[in-house]
Design a protein around this ligand. Structure first.
Ligand SMILES: C[S@@+](CC[C@H](N)C(=O)[O-])C[C@H]1O[C@@H](n2cnc3c(N)ncnc32)[C@H](O)[C@@H]1O
Length: 284
């Protein structure tokens, strides 16, 4: 897909902001999309069919929201910046399939606002809270089937990373435990105003109906993952010690899991983390 910024959309955006006297807030991660190809790419990645319920986080001045509404989605858009509500009332006035709510996505009771059996999350996320938002949605097991979001390129790479590389970490394991993530396309800084300092990527996470591995206790699984990545250079045996096991327990756990304690967390697959967590659970 071509990703040339659309000059017309840039002019429209600047005109709207000027008309409403709005200065974009760095604190709220406001980098607005001005590239209609990127908007179309995000909408396509969400595989929308008319009537699909969509939760959009941070509609800004409504550029992506319009794309979603035109694809026939029933959009619920949550925006924190009160100043943008008047703008959105204007830019989205022609759509009866959009509901805008003023609120903080990390505090709002989402299931009250979007009372659907299944919905999709589509967003150009504020980068300062990308990971907490995605993790909250997944951990809370909201009834989401697809999550399509713009994130920093580095974050996207960490989400899809496989064992052995420098990008593989606790975020990779958690995202891959709950979903099948795919990087859809990269987005250059010039597709936004103001242009961010970093490159971006659109990622699609298809939520799994079942985890890819069997864990006796999810809490224990994530405890092991956290301990293994707390200090990346430590061997697994040392990480487990720091995670709360004594020497004998470590020997037992690793033996039962069939894993060499001299390996490091960054080399372990989800199945191997699960084997350690299950062996640890059996100790108790
Ligand atoms: C990167 S901009 C994207 C704007 C628009 N969707 C676009 O693509 O042009 C992020 C948006 O999220 C909003 N926002 C920031 N923090 C938020 C929060 N905690 N809850 C809801 N919206 C938030 C910002 O005000 C801004 O409108």
């Amino acid at each position: 897909m071509g990703i040339k910024p659309c000059i017309a959309q840039k002019d429209v955006t600047l005109h709207i902001l000027k008309t409403f006297g709005i200065h974009m807030s760095k604190r709220l991660g406001q980098n607005f999309l001005i590239d209609s190809n990127v908007v179309a790419g995000i909408v396509a990645a969400a595989k929308l069919t008319p009537g699909d319920a969509v939760l959009e986080i941070g509609p800004g001045i409504g550029t992506l929201t319009q794309g979603l509404a035109e694809a026939g989605a029933a959009v619920t858009a949550i925006e924190l910046d009160r100043r943008l509500l008047d703008v959105l009332a204007k830019t989205l006035a022609g759509y009866d399939n959009v509901k805008v709510i003023h609120g903080d996505i990390l505090k709002i009771d989402i299931s009250r606002e979007i009372n659907q059996e299944k919905y999709k999350v589509v967003a150009n996320l504020p980068y300062y809270i990308t990971t907490p938002i995605i993790m909250k949605f997944l951990e809370d097991r909201l009834p989401i089937d697809i999550l399509v979001t713009m994130v920093q390129k580095e974050v996207a790479e960490r989400m899809v990373a496989v064992p052995g590389g420098k990008d593989y970490g606790a975020l990779s394991v958690a995202v891959q435990y709950y979903t099948q993530p795919e990087i859809m396309f990269l987005v250059p800084p010039r597709s936004f105003i103001p242009a961010p300092a970093v490159e971006s990527a659109v990622i699609r996470c298809t939520v799994r109906s079942e985890p890819p591995i069997q864990v006796a206790s999810e809490k224990m699984f994530f405890r092991v993952v956290k301990a293994a990545f707390a200090q990346r250079r430590k061997t697994l045996a040392n990480s487990l010690k720091a995670g709360g096991l004594d020497k004998d327990e470590i020997i037992q756990v690793l033996e039962q899991a069939g894993i060499d304690g001299r390996r490091r967390g960054e080399q372990l697959s989800l199945a191997e983390f699960a084997a350690i967590a299950n062996a640890w659970t059996n100790l108790k």
